[in-house]
Design a protein around this ligand. Structure first.
Ligand code: SF4
Length: 289
């Protein structure tokens, strides 16, 4: 992997010799591969989503709830052959889908492993939305469901939180491409998403205006009926030193954004009750790796 340009950071490093922004070498690195029940109902269903939690991240938000993976590189390096075996194991455990969580630094290895064994269940690409067009083209025809975040519109906020002032420009183009690739959302008879793009937006404290701009983008630029998951479980992290991000989202802030969501007639998932992030964060103890 010479001159890595897999994501918009375009570090152009040979990752077998030097680490780029994501901090990942060449071997796939994971911290957990297990059935996961905390995604949206159309992804987790009753049997769980076969979630593969990869180490490293191309965005690395200051407030990340999976800090040990994204910032500290916690995980275990495995071979491509072993990765394929994990796919089989998750399928045999009854997973509704294979759910690749922040796997962008390992796209070539994931594609190679899927060549060895591809289970007959949907492939989910669960990412920050910060994806390059070239990498999305590599995933075309392989990924059935994109599960991207749309985090911020404000360039200032993206620069502050993730050193990525170009986040919105990149992610908006990426989401349009994802919707183009997957087409109109398609569900099975049990309401499980089989194909489509489901967009997640996490409210941040003090950022309701930006959240509403995110929703405007979705309503105006993406195909009608694109499902959106409006999340309010933001939990302040001790390592995040950004002023204003040291408190949860208030009920009033959430209600304001939810009203806008409803005015725009968006569909998808909302969270009426605040819940702690710990309810959603699994143990990164190398289960299934
Ligand atoms: S995947 Fe990692 S090394 Fe490659 S361009 Fe992105 S951040 Fe840099």
């Amino acid at each position: 992997m010479e001159q890595c340009t897999l994501c918009p950071r375009r570090c152009r490093v040979n990752r077998s010799e030097k680490l780029g922004f994501c901090g990942m070498g060449v071997q796939p690195k994971l911290a957990r591969a297990a059935l996961h029940f905390w995604e949206e109902p159309c992804i987790s269903g009753t049997k769980g989503s076969g979630a593969l939690f990869f180490s490293g991240c191309t965005l690395r938000c200051a407030y990340c709830q999976n800090h040990s993976l994204s910032h500290e590189g916690h995980g275990k390096e495995i071979s491509v052959q072993r990765l394929a075996e994990i796919f089989r194991s998750l399928y045999e455990q009854g997973a509704h889908n294979l759910n690749f969580v922040t796997a962008t630094p390992f796209v070539p290895q994931v594609l190679e492993a899927l060549e060895i064994y591809r289970p007959p269940i949907p492939i989910v690409w669960n990412c920050s939305g910060y994806e390059s067009m070239e990498t999305l083209k590599m995933l075309e025809g392989v990924v059935d469901i994109y599960l991207p975040d749309m985090k911020h519109v404000s360039s200032r906020l993206s620069a502050l939180c993730a050193k990525a002032p170009d986040y919105f420009d990149v992610a908006s183009a990426a989401l349009i491409e994802m919707c183009r690739q997957t087409g109109t959302p398609r569900y099975d008879e049990n309401g499980m998403l089989q194909k489509g793009t489901l967009i997640r937006h996490l409210l941040l404290p003090g950022c309701t205006k930006d959240s509403m701009q995110v929703l405007n983008f979705i309503a105006e630029q993406l195909p009608g009926g694109t499902p959106v998951s409006l999340m309010r479980q933001y939990t302040p992290q001790p390592f995040c030193l950004i002023k204003g991000l040291d408190r949860p989202v208030t009920d009033q802030e959430y209600r304001r954004v939810l009203d806008h969501f409803q005015q725009l007639q968006l569909t998808g998932y909302t969270q009426e009750k605040a819940s702690s992030d710990t309810a959603y964060t699994p143990l990164f103890d190398f289960t299934g790796v």
